[in-house]
Write a protein that binds this ligand. Structure first.
Ligand code: HPA
Length: 272
């Protein structure tokens, strides 16, 4: 079965459970999935129930789709995502984005946990992604182009529309949150950076580094969606050999930031 048919089947299944048109999509990253609990009149569907949907394998990503409404808007939220480092193909990683497109989503909010490279950042900071660098060495559009979704050679200068960045800044101001803005660099993971690598990443202008988001941004931009991507800075990438980052540390900071992150998401959803 081709990808087009698969995404249609997945979308049909979701439509069978939630009949409203959803215009806003949310992808909630590591430890940040709580916002889906804020949706009203919601239903949740485990990823494993949806035909052809990839199922997450890692801790901190529960893997369910939550559909509901907030401020009169119908929202489809992914509580958890799958990553390239788990062994999925790039096309599997972004399959949910294509399903969202099929369901009528026009705006996509993507969140993640990321390591801070910018020396002015502190763990717990929140950063609006104003641009990205793809260091994954591949991307989800390699292979036959699906013209039904988008053009063969999509421009990526539109991946982070100004109006949504400005909206997120205004949302942060409304809740008195000092928010950062910067460039997100994606690596495949699952390894964290070496000291030499993070030095290089800083040198080329990255403010934060993580193992997700860029594939989804590429697929969504190709599909004509308007994106807003936000990082929770869970750690400052270590400069000294001997200082080791752990996944537990990342999850602990994401947990601590949850309340403010949720507040920001809510304000963004209200304003969008
Ligand atoms: N590096 C890569 N990915 C990450 C990091 C990091 O320091 N922190 C959270 N995700």
């Amino acid at each position: 079965m081709g990808l087009a048919e698969k995404r249609k089947k997945a979308a049909e299944y979701i439509k069978g459970n939630y009949s409203f048109d959803t215009s806003i999509g949310l992808i909630l990253g590591s430890g940040l999935g709580d916002y889906s609990a804020e949706l009203e009149d919601s239903i949740s569907i485990p990823f494993s129930d949806i035909p052809y949907f990839p199922v997450s394998t890692i801790e901190g990503h529960s893997g369910e789709l939550v559909l509901g409404q907030k401020y009169g808007k119908h929202i489809i939220a992914m509580n958890g995502r799958v990553h390239f480092y788990e062994g999925y193909t790039m096309k599997e990683v972004v399959f949910p984005v294509w399903v969202m497109k099929e369901l009528g989503v026009e705006k996509l909010i993507i969140t993640n946990a990321a390591g801070g490279l910018n020396q002015t950042f502190r763990p717990g900071d929140i950063m609006i992604i104003r641009d990205h660098l793809n260091f994954m060495g591949t991307n989800p559009l390699i292979g036959k182009n699906d013209k039904e979704i988008g053009p063969r050679f999509p421009a990526m200068t539109e991946a982070h529309p100004h109006e949504l960045i400005e909206l997120a800044e205004a949302a942060a101001e409304n809740i008195n949150l000092h928010i950062m803005k910067g460039v997100y660099l994606a690596i495949t993971g699952p390894v964290y950076e070496t000291t030499a690598m993070s030095k290089f990443q800083r040198l080329i202008g990255a403010d934060a580094v993580g193992m997700s988001t860029v594939p989804e941004l590429i697929a969504a931009t190709h599909a004509g969606l308007k994106n807003l991507a936000v990082s929770c800075i869970t750690d400052i990438v270590k400069d000294n050999p001997g200082e080791a980052l752990t996944h537990e540390e990342v999850i602990a900071v994401a947990q601590r930031v949850k309340p403010v992150f949720k507040k920001l998401m809510d304000e963004i959803v209200k304003m969008i």
